[in-house]
Design a protein. Structure first.
Lengths: 532, 299
């Protein structure tokens, strides 16, 4: 028989490769010139171990579609007004547009404009007709609705990515999930609450004209013109720093929105030493801003963010240059977050946090430490037991187990798979379960030896008989691991990955590793008695 | 150590085994029915908040309860005095549009000030996420059962597959029942433990079945009961040793793994005990109950 076996070389190469791969994981603070020789990065830890946040956001796609319909409705209004077509009302209702007009004979002309000039795919149905007026309902293609909703999710994703980038987080993971969800994972973040607020802010900036002609008396009676809406305004008392809420009446139609912003930054007010947010419009925005301020000199203009007015100064003069500010007793963090969201743009629709898992960095470190202690204790217990019970064969099983664990970690590192807390628990269990295949073989060899076979043939038939049992039991476990992977999320998925890799490696180390050792002992050492 | 040869007639213990298993299954099914009605499930499946807070000084549980009561939310509090930590749990996500974690944070800040505590972790699960998880978990369990039956039916024979699947799910259902009685709420971590146990118990059963098949092929006896008994006895050494080494792991995890992994470790430890029991006392008699025909064993 050959003196040397290719399987030894294979096991040895794998061992060297594993050690090479795992050095950056276990040796912290490698010098830079040494580090560059190691091409594989340390084992990637899940958020539950290194700390960070995992947030699932739901985009209100219904609102995005509604906004699209609103802009279509105002497009119809503009066109009708230009062509002197008189209508009673055009409003968005139940994912459609409802047009009511007293001039029934003009409808044909209106319909022609809507279907020929404005939109291509639209269903029109008459919903109501009486002696004074007629109402028609416009519904758009469902494919278009889907497209708008999808693009809203995509746009929200881009905006959130933009904000997170500006906030400064290393290696953020941001992707869509399902139809209208966005997953954001920020490892190792220091201020989780602040980051979540930053992501979730719609940041809809609007400048609207204040209607001082609407008196408090009219507001109290609910007697306000249809083009006017009431919104809250927060005013800050400069002496006490107290924030008070007022109600103001503004035009629904904004003069200009944040869509035309080019830049935003934090500035400090020298007089009060207060941070505020400075904004600059792009050239188109600057032109619009100059025109609308020029047209409304002497009136008040409200600066509105997400439906709340922050201030409503009087326009003293036409404002050129396209610069504006938002003030309001912000601390520096608040002001800089506001500047970030204004720079990154507003979300196309509101988003809602539907899942938030925040793990502080100490909690994760704690888990790793406890996992490590458990692993060592389990390993020592198994080691002592195996050596007492199986003697030298026990040593083989333990060597195989060590190879198992090393290979497993190396594959996890090389595949950039994520190690999570349940994954660590899985590895600890593997210390106990991993010797099972060897136990199966040893028990089988003992049996064969017991019925009077020679060492060589006992080992041969022991392996042969245990082989399919080992394969079958591994594959059935693999089935459950695959299903866990398919349906699990986050940490559970990490567990399934660790389990799957572990099972595959266990098969290899036992069927190749243990077998090789025995073959070597029998052929080269010509052993005649078993220490088992 | 020499070879221990077991020679136990396991069918003598069949009646007590049936009684024990019947109790386990009834208890488990009761627990599962309660869970589908929203009882005994953790926030993963019901929605809600679990907030871990670390205090900078020793706090008595009454003191913590008193602070928590100021939130107006009826928190379920787990106190970990040796780590100066407390976990606040509630099935609520929001109160009057304000996040539960923010409400608790505000109250802690007002009573202990910023340096007196630290919010270490938050798990907040909205209602849609939890109902999706519930659906996924149910599908996962049904699919694994089908997968196991199909594979074993292909490798062995249909009745082996069914018997193994029943024995495995007997363990899983039994553990669900015991965990429910112990007051542990079903969550993703326990679910992971259950699927791990399913894998472990299945391995145990497959090892015994493998030997049964081998002995049937060798025609060691014409009496099926005798073949089964012989097979269980022959694999007994391996069954005990592997259960022991795996118990070393799960008990180490139970003692040193910390609070987060406690429920996982308990479920696994129970699983090893019940899984070993079922592969000896339940899986093989099931083959007789299912009227296994030895002639149908694949060569």
């Amino acid at each position: 028989m050959k003196k040397f076996d290719w399987r030894f070389i294979l096991i040895f190469i794998f061992l060297l490769a594993s050690v090479y791969i795992l050095i950056p994981t276990f040796v912290k603070n490698l010098p830079k010139d040494v580090k560059k020789f190691f091409l594989v990065e340390p084992v990637k830890l899940g958020l539950d171990l290194q700390g960070g946040i995992h947030v699932l956001l739901e985009v209100d796609t219904k609102k995005a579609y509604e906004a699209d319909l609103l802009s279509k409705a105002s497009q119809i209004k503009d066109t009708f007004t230009k062509k002197n077509l008189i209508y009673e009302s055009i409003k968005v209702e139940n994912e459609g547009i409802l047009i009511t007009t007293p001039f029934k004979e003009k409808w044909n002309e209106m319909e022609r404009i809507i279907t020929k000039e404005l939109f291509s795919k639209v269903d029109i149905s008459r919903v109501k007709e009486d002696t004074v007026s007629v109402s028609y309902r416009l519904e758009f293609d469902s494919k278009m609705k889907e497209q708008i909703e999808q693009s809203a999710v995509k746009q929200a994703l881009e905006t959130i990515r933009n904000r997170i980038d500006q906030f400064g987080v290393a290696e953020p993971i941001i992707h869509t999930q399902g139809k209208d969800n966005i997953v954001v994972e920020l490892p190792g973040i220091k201020e989780p609450k602040r980051a979540i607020e930053l992501m979730g802010k719609t940041a809809m900036l609007e400048f609207k004209l204040v209607r001082d002609d609407v008196t408090p008396d009219m507001i109290a009676k609910g007697n306000i013109p249809p083009e006017v809406e009431l919104i809250p305004e927060r005013r800050v008392n400069r002496e006490t720093g107290e924030i008070q809420q007022y109600t103001i009446a503004v035009n629904k139609e904004p003069l200009i929105t944040g869509r035309l912003l080019q830049d935003a930054a934090v500035r400090i007010n020298n007089q009060f030493n207060q941070p505020y947010v400075w904004m600059k419009f792009n050239s188109e925005g600057a032109r619009v801003f100059e025109r609308v301020t020029g047209e409304n000199v002497g009136k008040r203009m409200a600066v509105i963010l997400d439906g709340v007015s922050y201030s409503s100064p009087v326009i003293r003069d036409r404002i050129g240059g396209g610069e504006a500010v938002i003030e309001g007793n912000f601390d520096h963090k608040e002001a800089s977050d506001l500047a970030i969201v204004l720079r990154a743009g507003s979300l196309p629709a509101p988003v809602k946090v539907i899942q938030n898992i925040t793990v502080g960095p100490t909690l994760g470190m704690d888990s790793i430490k406890k996992g490590f202690v458990s692993a060592i204790v389990a390993f020592i217990a198994v080691l002592i037991f195996m050596i007492i019970y199986y003697k030298k064969a026990g040593l083989i099983a333990i060597t195989v187990l060590i190879l198992n664990l090393l290979y497993l970690l190396a594959v996890v590192a090389a595949m950039r798979a994520t190690l999570t807390l349940p994954g660590i628990a899985g590895i600890i269990l593997m210390i106990g379960m991993g010797v099972d295949s060897n136990v199966l073989i040893f028990e089988r060899i003992k049996e064969e030896f017991g019925i009077g076979k020679t060492v060589k043939s006992a080992v041969e038939s022991g392996f042969k008989n245990a082989f399919w049992t080992i394969v079958d039991s591994h594959i059935t476990t693999l089935i459950t691991a695959a299903i866990l992977f398919q349906f699990g999320t986050g940490p559970i998925k990490g567990f399934a990955v660790t389990l799957t890799i572990g099972i595959a490696i266990n098969l290899f180390t036992v069927l190749v590793g243990t077998k090789t050792v025995y073959d070597y002992l029998i052929w080269n050492k010509k052993i005649t008695s078993l220490s088992i | 150590m020499g070879i221990k040869k077991f020679n136990i007639d396991f069918f003598k213990a069949l009646t007590p085994a049936i009684v024990i298993s019947a109790i386990l299954i009834v208890l488990g099914i009761y627990a599962i029915l309660m869970m589908f009605n929203g009882k005994g499930v953790g926030i993963d499946f019901s929605g809600g908040n679990a907030i871990t807070v670390k205090f900078s000084k020793k706090m008595a549980i009454d003191e913590i309860r008193q602070i928590a009561s100021k939130t107006g939310i009826n928190f379920d509090i787990a106190h970990l005095p040796e780590e100066n930590k407390a976990i606040f749990k509630t099935k609520l996500v929001e109160v009057n549009g304000k996040k539960v974690s923010d409400i608790l944070d505000d109250v802690l800040n007002a009573t202990l000030s910023k340096n007196g505590y630290m919010v270490e972790g938050i798990v907040e699960i909205g209602p849609r996420v939890s109902s999706d998880l519930k659906k996924d978990a149910t599908i996962a369990f049904i699919l694994s059962a089908i997968g196991i039956i199909l594979y074993l039916a292909w490798r062995f024979e249909k009745k082996f597959g069914i018997a193994a699947a029943i024995a495995t799910y007997h363990d899983v259902i039994g553990i669900v029942g015991i965990m429910y009685l112990m007051g542990y709420e079903m969550d993703l971590l326990i679910l992971t433990a259950l699927l791990t146990i399913a894998g472990y118990s299945l391995t145990d059963t497959v090892v015994v079945f493998d030997r049964i098949r081998e002995n049937l092929r060798k025609k060691v006896s014409t009496n099926l009961k005798e073949v089964l008994n012989k097979s269980i006895n022959e694999t007994m050494n391996r069954t005990i040793i592997t259960s022991l080494t795996t118990l070393f792991s799960s008990v180490a995890l139970l003692i040193f793994g910390g609070e987060v992994l406690r429920s996982f470790a308990i479920a696994i430890t129970l699983g090893i005990i019940i899984g070993t029991y079922s592969s000896i006392f339940i899986a093989s008699p099931l083959l007789i109950a299912l009227k296994l025909d030895p002639k149908k064993i694949k060569k």
